[in-house]
Ligand binder design. Structure first.
Ligand SMILES: NC(=O)c1ccc[n+]([C@@H]2O[C@H](COP(=O)([O-])OP(=O)(O)OC[C@H]3O[C@@H](n4cnc5c(N)ncnc54)[C@H](O)[C@@H]3O)[C@@H](O)[C@H]2O)c1
Length: 294
């Protein structure tokens, strides 16, 4: 119970008997269990099913008030607490400029969370215009497309040359990659690329915070430790500690202080799950978030 008692439920020492361990090497020693992450994370089947077996059901489920719809609360299970963590970790005092790399479901939730925490400006960065449009329409974010502008320069121009107070990496190890990025990854035995994280370190101001919500799965060569040192950047990273936030977040929805279902682009029956995955993966039909209805 050590980790639960310390507000760190993703590191639960009881739920992932076979592959749990202190090293965090992501091969044989990982953290606590996750639904649908194969045997490496406890062997629990995925949550996208008609029924789900919930281990430790006295801890994580919540009773949802009758009047709330499924769509209103669905994103409490992952993406809203994830976006919320990114901002909570940065300890905003009010008035900060928050730049969020990636405007997928996690980035969109971080944008909503940034406003609630008192940001004065929210900047969304994504190479897909339709996702930037979503960020504008539902979250009133300023937008930057790295195919069209120099994102680092643009963020500095927006902040008197300083850089953003907070940068969030809501992309992770699978950004758009060039052939050179792929060659470099192969030579260095890296999974994907940390190019977005590198941009976040460049775009954040001195003394600022970079919250990393995107997943990374290997070592990365040329990690810019010199920049992190010189700019005195605070880095926070990891699985979102959903249980720490869920009750606060239910209240926010119930009191109409946040709307989450405005990011849903597709609602499909469960038997069309494969098509939903394909739409999301290939980012077709302006797909942002698919909801499956049993
Ligand atoms: N830490 C956690 O607890 C946690 C929880 C859920 C998801 N995640 C991770 O968060 C990340 C984002 O999840 P998602 O569902 O929003 O994924 P997604 O793939 O829908 O979103 C990623 C977005 O990044 C954009 N992107 C690609 N290259 C970019 C670049 N160079 N600059 C800026 N944006 C770029 C893509 O166009 C896309 O819109 C993933 O790595 C996911 O695994 C982490």
């Amino acid at each position: 119970m050590f980790f639960c008692n310390h507000g760190a439920s993703p590191h639960c020492e009881n739920s992932n008997y076979e592959h749990y361990g202190p090293s965090g090497n992501l091969t044989d020693e990982k953290g606590g269990a996750l639904f649908g992450y194969t045997d490496l994370y406890g062997g629990y089947a995925g949550g996208q099913a008609e029924y789900v077996r919930v281990p430790y059901a006295d801890i994580s489920p919540r009773v949802i008030p009758e009047e709330m719809t499924d769509e209103q609360v669905l994103f409490l299970t992952d993406i809203f607490p994830t976006g919320w963590s990114a901002i909570d970790w940065a300890q905003l005092k009010g008035g900060e400029v928050v730049a969020i790399f990636g405007s997928g479901p996690v980035g969109l939730m971080a944008q909503k969370s940034a406003w609630i925490h008192g940001a004065s400006r929210v900047i969304a960065i994504d190479p897909l215009d339709y996702r930037l449009q979503k960020a504008k329409d539902v979250n009133y974010a300023d937008t930057l497309n790295p195919h069209k502008v120099d994102v680092i320069e643009a963020i500095r121009e927006m902040t008197d040359g300083r850089g953003a107070d907070v940068c969030v990496d809501a992309v992770g190890f699978e950004p758009e990659r060039t052939m050179m990025d792929k060659v470099k990854a192969t030579i260095n035995f890296e999974k994907g690329s940390m190019k977005v994280l590198d941009m976040a370190f460049k775009a954040v101001r001195r003394g600022g915070t970079v919250s990393i919500m995107g997943v990374y799965g290997s070592t990365y060569d040329n990690f810019p430790l010199h920049r992190v040192f010189d700019k005195a950047i605070t880095i926070k990273q990891g699985q979102a500690p959903v249980l720490n936030y869920i009750d606060t977040l239910i209240d926010l929805i119930q009191d109409s202080n946040v709307v989450l279902d405005d990011i849903i682009s597709h609602t499909l029956p469960l038997h069309e799950a494969a098509r939903g995955y394909e739409l999301f993966d290939k980012k077709e039909d302006d797909c942002v978030k698919v909801v499956l209805k049993p």
